[in-house]
Design a protein around this ligand. Structure first.
Ligand code: GBH
Length: 451
């Protein structure tokens, strides 16, 4: 049966864009092929103890070789759009010389999607930084922002006309904080001064890239994709409420304020005193360059309490709430709350796309089918949460499910399955889960626009 979404809701109209999402390192594999350089994730995966079971992206879903069948899979779902990312290490060498083989992979892929009528939302950076740039400081170094602008310049020239919408970065918060703050992601650094500087350089690179894309591919939309999250206080005490507020600032306003208002929130540096980044004249103007869309990724709520030192920490998990295979709380209302809050806080908020939402479950194939009832409910309830935000006046234009298929889930390797399609990593067989069939049926019964 189809996703249970009322036919008269805004999100069930054909104008509301429905898509599925992936990212290069999580699906492509072919790590050493056609001149691909080493990325920070290849390095990180090879360090003992970093990734569960020592998994790596060397093969992943072998999408680099199976892309044609995967395009058929996407088109067969009936989605309007596919969100993918480009692997920076595939398309340029260390001197910045274009690598035609790598670039051609994306040309063929984008052309095949276009031929099937699938719009393309292309992220330039979904975490696979070329290792040679990390060797010179990575995002903690200002040079990386300029290198990113040169990469964006090249790709928007090479792929002009093939892309519906460009997103510069995926979740700069994760790159900065998980990568340079707590070391849970590549490059595995733990230094808060590098963290705030890295975020600044990511955002600067984003702003510089927007100008290149505008010049080279003026017909495409330009934006960024950022993660969001909501926080609840463990108790009603003032200290716990302040803890929840600070966590919210750290996860959301730290990134969105510079993009939307041109300044960092002061409370960030109450949380992390003495970590203000070095900001050069003109940087904040570049960072707050207007965009055509904002991509928002949303997954869950976290309950926090005071750490007793003016900060916050995660509270012990309550067993009263529903959780996913990640241990993440299922909290659809949080998505409405975020959208309504941003709409009130940012006067120039551009149209929004939910560029990722979904959940992991421990799915397996039995009798040729995969039952994932929790995911079906999850998708329905989060789509309705988007609908509530639209009713409250927020301009949300589309929604992408994370993910098209099970894939390399970063520090959790292959043990967490976010796909609406099951992947058998031994045979690479793709099996649609029940959620995928429900999405497909929902999309089929939507009215098609009159042409
Ligand atoms: C997204 O990130 C990614 O874009 C995607 O590649 C990934 O596969 C997908 O979601 C599923 O995870 O402070 O260490 O407790 C997820 C966004 C935001 C998830 C912050 C974890 C808290 C990490 N994340 N969050 S931690």
């Amino acid at each position: 049966p189809a996703l249970n979404i009322p036919a008269n809701s805004a999100i069930a109209q054909p104008e509301f864009l429905m898509g599925v999402a992936t990212a290069s390192y999580q699906i492509e594999g072919a790590a050493d092929e056609d001149g691909r350089l080493q990325s920070i994730w290849d390095t990180y995966c090879d360090e003992p103890g970093r990734v569960l079971h020592g998994d790596t992206g060397d093969v992943a879903c072998d999408h680099y070789h199976r892309w044609e069948a995967d395009v058929d899979l996407i088109a067969g779902l009936g989605v309007d759009a596919y969100r993918l990312s480009i692997a920076w290490p595939r398309v340029m060498d260390e001197q910045g010389v274009p690598n035609a083989k790598g670039i051609n992979f994306y040309k063929k892929l984008l052309d095949a999607l276009k031929a099937k009528g699938v719009q393309t939302y292309v992220t330039l950076y979904h975490w696979d930084l070329p290792q040679h740039l990390q060797d010179r400081g990575g995002w903690a170094s200002r040079e990386t922002a300029y290198a990113f602008a040169a990469y964006a310049d090249l790709m928007s020239r090479e792929l002009a006309g093939k892309v519906t919408a460009w997103a510069t970065l995926n979740e700069p918060w994760c790159s900065a904080y998980l990568g340079y703050g707590i070391g849970r992601h590549a490059p595995g650094v733990t230094d808060l001064r590098q963290t705030t500087q890295a975020l600044h350089h990511l955002l600067l690179g984003h702003g510089l890239a927007l100008a290149k894309i505008r010049a080279n591919d003026p017909g495409a939309l330009r934006g960024i994709v950022c993660n969001t999250g909501v926080f609840g206080p463990q108790t009603d005490s003032a200290a716990d409420k302040d803890a929840a507020y600070l966590a919210y600032v750290q996860q959301n306003y730290w990134v969105f304020d510079p993009l939307m208002l041109g300044s960092y929130p002061k409370d960030m540096f109450r949380l992390w005193p003495g970590t203000e980044p070095l900001v050069l004249p003109g940087d904040m103007e570049t960072i707050s360059t207007p965009m055509d869309f904002l991509g928002i990724n949303y997954y869950f709520r976290t309950v926090v309490e005071t750490d007793g030192k003016g900060g916050y920490k995660e509270a012990p998990h309550s067993d009263k709430v529903e959780r996913t295979q990640m241990g993440w709380e299922v909290y659809p209302k949080g998505l409405t709350e975020i959208l309504v809050d941003f709409n009130a806080r940012y006067p120039d908020l551009p149209p929004i796309y939910i560029t990722e939402n979904g959940m992991a479950s421990d799915d397996s194939v039995s009798d040729g089918s995969v039952a994932d009832p929790q995911r079906i409910r999850f998708l329905e309830n989060h789509l309705m949460a988007v609908n509530d935000a639209i009713k409250a006046g927020v301009d949300v234009r589309g929604y992408f499910i994370w993910s098209l298929m099970d894939n390399f889930e970063w520090a959790y390797g292959y043990e967490r399955r976010f796909g609406i399609t099951h992947v058998d990593y031994t045979t690479q067989v793709r099996t649609p889960k029940h959620s995928s069939l429900a999405v497909q049926a929902f999309l089929q019964q939507r009215k098609r626009p009159q042409r």
